[in-house]
Design a protein around this ligand. Structure first.
Ligand code: GDP
Ligand code: IMO
Ligand code: MG
Length: 428
């Protein structure tokens, strides 16, 4: 197996967890490189459902090595909660989970600041996941972050806590939870993880470089999606990390040549949680229908996801940004009952038609999506496992996407479960 990146090609929740879990079977190592516990990746098999926030979705394959790289912001409370939960359900990560000492920590004050700041924004609020992601990355870039390795030197930890807290006094005054900003509480809280961190602590860049040398197979698991990328997404309505392909190299400390294949994951329609541009959003019956059939509620926050038709202008853009050479199309089954399916092929902006994703999104409310209407197949694709079984009109839908985006759809997901997948020829 080549080294493969699995990257969200929309606004997150495309089904990355399911695809990573499937591909993990043939991988040796599964690595997260950005984001944090804002992610919610669902894996379903048998009667079991798992939602992973920080652990790579390969964790459910016994024996596979899981890496959390330096680019991830790590909430230790959440991490060990997940580790314990999985252990209780029969998945032991002992000896196969490795965490970069360089990863920045998400601390209780980050979560508090996240909430206060987003609410301060009023009408401009993002609707973040409140997992402290933005404030943790702010501290990282501002060189006020606390890293995993700091926990192993009490003096350094004390010094860094004092410094970073001295810049947060305004938030501390406004916070209902005083403990979140209390130096002594935080110090003891962090030191209490030391023993449990010892077996996980690792120079993950070296681990991966060695694995690359030994021709081991690595799966890079993206979180969020390219339209939430802090540079290339719908800024400022984005997350705070590079969710697109570049994040892999800075987030893990490996060179670009180590990546052999990039799969963009896209739903057969579009969704978004939180605020910001969404040109093809359907706020009426169609959106409601997609939400209901697709069970579109956030895996992390439980919020209803905004739903709308597939936006091929945006998908073409994210495919290009990521250099994706293949797509995995998920949730095709959700469209089974529609008699007519729209796909957005261009936007009309101030009277001008364009099929390029615009640089300037400030007036996105005025983007009028121009649709190509395709006939719905109105028969069941749920659970299908071969291309041949798909109704002709569903095949035509997939082919239309391939032609417009210019890359092949290698995998088609037809349900939540592991086995509900179609591998196109040459993609197994
Ligand atoms: P991720 O964040 O990209 O891993 O995606 P999420 O797990 O947040 O959201 C995807 C949701 O869709 C989960 O509830 C999955 O179980 C579900 N799902 C994935 N693939 C399919 C599919 O092909 N059909 C249907 N109906 N549901 C799917
Ligand atoms: P996965 O990995 C969908 C969204 C939030 C908000 C914006 C900023 O499951 O696809 P943040 O907490 O990151 O500062 O929030 O980004 N968001 C996601 N939306 N899926 C995710 O992750 C997301 N992670 C963040 O809803 O709009
Ligand atoms: Mg998700």
């Amino acid at each position: 197996m080549p080294n493969i990146a699995v990257l969200g090609a929309q606004w997150g929740d495309e089904g990355k967890g399911k695809i990573v879990d499937l591909l993990a079977e043939k991988a040796d190592i599964i690595a997260r490189f950005q984001g944090g516990a804002n992610a919610g990746h669902t894996v379903v098999f048998g009667k079991e459902q798992f939602i992973l926030h920080l652990l790579p979705s390969g964790a459910l394959h016994p024996g596979k090595v899981c890496v959390i790289g330096n680019g991830v912001v790590v909430d230790l409370e959440q991490l060990f909660r997940e580790v314990e939960e999985l252990k209780a359900r029969g998945y032991d990560l002992t000896g196969r989970l490795f965490l970069s000492g360089k990863a920045n920590l998400v601390l209780p004050y980050h979560k508090m600041i996240d909430r206060l700041q987003d609410s301060d924004k009023g009408d401009e609020a993002l609707g973040t996941t409140s997992r402290g992601i933005g404030p943790a990355y702010v501290d990282k870039v501002n060189r006020l972050g606390i890293r995993v390795s700091d926990i192993f030197d009490r003096g350094t930890l004390e010094r860094k806590l004092n410094l970073t807290l001295s810049f947060k006094e305004d938030f501390a005054d406004r916070s209902e939870d005083k403990k979140a900003f209390d130096r002594d509480y935080l110090l003891n809280h962090l030191l209490s993880y030391k023993e449990r961190l010892i077996p996980l602590l690792c120079d993950t860049s070296t681990l991966l470089l060695e694995a690359i040398k030994e021709k081991k197979n690595i799966l890079f698991e993206g979180a969020q999606g390219a339209l939430l990328d802090v540079d290339f997404g719908t800024y400022p309505y984005t997350t705070s990390s590079n969710t697109s392909v570049g994040g892999i190299f800075t987030g893990l400390g490996i060179p670009p040549v180590a990546l052999h294949e990039t799969i963009g994951i896209a739903k057969a329609y579009n969704t978004r949680v939180g605020n910001g541009p969404f040109p093809t959003e359907e706020t009426g019956q169609i959106g409601e229908g997609l939400r209901k059939r697709g069970n579109e509620f956030g895996a992390t926050t439980g919020r209803p996801r905004r739903c709308g038709w597939l936006d091929l202008v945006a998908l073409k853009y994210t495919t290009r940004i990521n250099g994706a050479n293949k797509l995995a199309l998920t949730k095709l089954d959700v469209l089974d009952e529609f008699s007519e399916i729209n796909v957005c092929i261009s936007y009309q902006i101030n009277g001008i038609q364009t099929d390029r994703f615009p640089e300037d999104l400030s007036c996105w409310e005025n983007f009028k999506p121009l649709y190509q209407s395709l006939p719905g197949w109105q028969s069941q694709t749920s659970g299908l496992t071969s291309w041949e079984e798909l109704p002709q009109k569903a095949k035509a839908y997939v082919s239309f996407i391939e032609d417009l985006v210019g890359v092949k759809v290698g995998l088609i997901s037809t349900g939540v479960a592991r086995r509900e997948i179609i591998y196109r020829k040459g993609n197994r």
